[in-house]
Structure formats: structure tokens, C-alpha cells
Design a protein around this ligand. Sequence first.
Ligand code: NAI
Length: 483
Amino acid sequence: GRQMVKICCIGAGYVGGPTMAVIALKCPDMEVVVVDISEARIAGWNSERLPIYEPGLDDVVKQCRGRNLFFSTDVERYVGEADVVFVSVNTPTKTRGLGAGKAADLTYWESAARMIADVSRSDKIVVEKSTVPVKTAEAIEKILAHNSRGVRYQILSNPEFLAEGTAVRDLFAPDRVLIGGRETPEGQAAVKVLKDVYARWVPEDRIITTNLWSAELSKLAANAFLAQRISSVNAISALCEATGADVTEVAYSIGKDSRIGPRFLSASVGFGGSCFQKDILNLVYICECYGLPEVADYWRQVIGINDYQKSRFVNRVVSSMFNTVAGKKVAVLGFAFKKDTGDTRETPAIDVCRGLLGDKAVVSIYDPQVTEEQVRRDLAMNKFDWDHPRHLQPVGEPADQPVAVTSDAYEAARDAHAVCILTEWEEFRNLDYGRMYDIMQKPAFVFDGRNIVDPEKLRDIGFIVYAIGKPLDQWLRDMPAVA
Ligand code: NAI
């Protein structure tokens, strides 16, 4: 029969939790334990209300939890017992010291590696699941080797490509699984062990094996390419507004080219989420470290355009309202970084709200999945602090800001001068905009940062409408935004 493999995963977050649940489901003869230093997280995974929301995840966890899937804070015990240790801890952007604002902070990774070395009495395969800088495996190898006491380690890179909101679907049917390892017999044997795990449900031709550095770099490169598509279409959106072209028509036309393809080409107020910016900054930093400033500048500009797009949006709001929003109520519809998630990490809504508050607007926010507590925490937080575990964060009072969080869109819009749509939630497509117009100040503005409303219909109601990359109203043409 098959050899029984014991798996332990360090880090019970958005990646560790769903990934291990799916492995446990597909490999009922393997024991899978997910460990974390956060007691709250582990308690959540052991409860009826899981700590993260993903469609289909409850079902998977229910099927295997207590059978061959376990969640524990006893990190050392389960790491010690495992044959394969996945490391899926957070890898935030450094906030201070060398490389601050760019480089990956490997504090959590390094402490996990040292802990593995401390507790291991048997040979182990250590799998990088977190997104890490290329060459991290070499550093991890050194930490493990210098503390090994005779235990042998093989490091594999197995980056995760799931997307939040569709994590379970992506894990069940991944476009590809990528495994990088050393090109030695021992390295290749380790690759085979991990490959055999995935091969239980992933077709062989979708499991790619490479060397360690290719695997590590592929994850950074994939996120950089994805973000680059969004910045490319957003850059074109600015030109559309200047010329009278319509970005939706342009995106459709270029997406029909099979070399380009139609997906991931929607213009918007900008990308968000925990990975794109962090991983590109990391890529930029690595390029600089290897003496490749031209390559670094190229990728840095993907973030440059994203920041430009957010500030361009704020400038449109302010300039079209007679160059001031001081004391004016502005409704913000949507705070999550995309629809179908409550995740607000690096959401463009944070920068847009801050921009409006900076111009002294009174901001009223509605999002179907984001709590008031979360909104206040996000608006009070320093850049990059969000990706450090909460229990390690200083607890401060949220800054006293003129912000209200409401429980429906109409309440947010009552007496407002403008409505800004920042997340593409389905329910915002179907709002009664006539009703909204009636309860707003006049002139009433809609700034659609996701292109989900029909500008013509709203203009017929009486709104002045700005939609990303769409032909401008006469009103907006008369009040050019300063970049
Ligand atoms: P997360 O913040 O949700 O989870 C990380 C967990 O690791 C936290 O619960 C934290 O308490 C725990 N942790 C940190 N240090 C630890 C230690 N020394 N021992 C035990 N537990 C420790 O992060 P998330 O979103 O799961 O991301 C993890 C990694 O996966 C990151 O490198 C990220 O870039 C990458 N990734 C994330 C994706 C996403 O959609 N969120 C997708 C693909 C990759």
C-alpha cells in the first residue's frame, strides 16, 4: 500500500487553512495538522464559524475535521511529528530598516525555520507555501543546516496560486501546481513525495516541476503580470477620458486577440488585496539588489499607475465638486478590495477615503461584508502594518475621523453630494438610483470606480456621472482635474 505521510502546515491563514483542508479531503489516508501561534485563529478553525469566508470551505472542513484534519496551537509537537512541513506564514513588506517599504519581511519565516530546526528529530521535507523572495530557500537551508543535529532537510518551493473568493474551486481544479526542488537525487525524491500528494486529484500534466529558483520567481512574476494587466488597462482609461474613447470598448476589442485574451482587463479605481503590491515591491527590491535598476523601474511603474489611478479618482471627485469637498457628505459604496469577500487588505477604498478625508469631506461608507470596526481600523492604520498579525500590533485608538459606517446604501447616500462606487458588488448594480437621487443634495454626483452602472440611465435621472475610462460629461470637461 501507500506510505502514510504526515503533514503539518505552519500558518492557518487564507492560504494554509483552505489548502490543507483540500489536501486532507483528497488524501483521507494522510494526517494533516494546521498549526498557528494565534489562538484566536485556531479556535476559529475548530468552531462552527471559520475565521475566513470562502464559498465551499465550510463543507470541505466539515468533511475532514477531526478525521484526518486538525487545527492546533501545539506548533512544536506537530512539526516534530511531521514528514512534510508546509510553511504558510505571512510575508509582509518591511516597515523599517533596510529595504523598508519594499523588501519582504521574513521575520515570521525565519522564526518558523528556527523552530523547525529546534523540534525536529527525524528527516523532513520543508515546503515554502508562502510567497517569498527568489533565493529564500537558500537562506532557509542555511538556518536548518546550521542547527540540524544530524537531521536532514529538503526544501521545496510550492507557491500557491489560489485567488480569494474562489479558493476552494481553484484548489480543486488548479490551472497548475508548481513544485521546485534541488536537482540532486535527494531533492528529486522530495519533489516526488509532494507530487504524489497533488497527483491524487490534479492531472499529471498540470503538475510542473522546476528548479527552486524558477518556482520561487514564477510566483512573483505571475502576480506582477496579473497586476500589470490591470495597470495597463487603467493607464489606457486615463487616455480614454482625455480623447472620448470608451475603455470598455477598447478592452473588449483588444481582449478578442487570442494572444491577449479577455480576462482581467476591467478598468477600475485600482487593484487591491494582500498580494499584488507586496509581491511587486518585493520583485522591485530583488531587481535592485541584483543590480538591475531598469527592470526594477519597469515593474515599479505597475504600482505607480495603480497609485495614480486612485489619486486621479479622488481628484475627479474634488475638482468636479467646485474643487472642494470640505464639509460635504460623500457616500462610499463598497470597501472590500473586490466583491464576494470581506477582505480589505490594501483595498483602494482606504486610499480614496483618506484622500477625501484629507480634503475635509464627511465620508459615509456602506459595504455588505465589512464591519464598522474593520473600516475604522483600516483608516487608522499605517501603511503595510495590516499584514503583521494583530496580536503583534500596537493597540491604538482609531483616529477621530468624520466617518460613518451605515447598514445600507440609501442611508449612506442620504443628504450626500456624491456617491462613489468602489467595489463591484452585484447589489450596487440593482440599486434604485432614482430614489437615491431624490434624497441627495443637488447637483448630485455618481463616481463609478468599477464601471457597474449605466452612465446614460443615471444622467437621465439627473446625476452628473463620472465612470472610469468613459466619455466625460460636459460638466467634467469644464472642470479639468489636476493630476
Ligand atoms: P495570513 O496572515 O492570513 O496567515 C498567516 C498566518 O501565519 C497567521 O495566522 C499568523 O498568525 C501565522 N504565523 C506567523 N508566524 C508564525 C509562526 N512563526 N508560527 C506559527 N504561525 C505563524 O496570510 P495568508 O493570506 O494566508 O498568506 C500567507 C502567505 O501566502 C503569504 O506569503 C502570501 O503572500 C501568500 N499567498 C497569499 C494568497 C492570498 O490570497 N491571501 C494567495 C497566494 C499566496
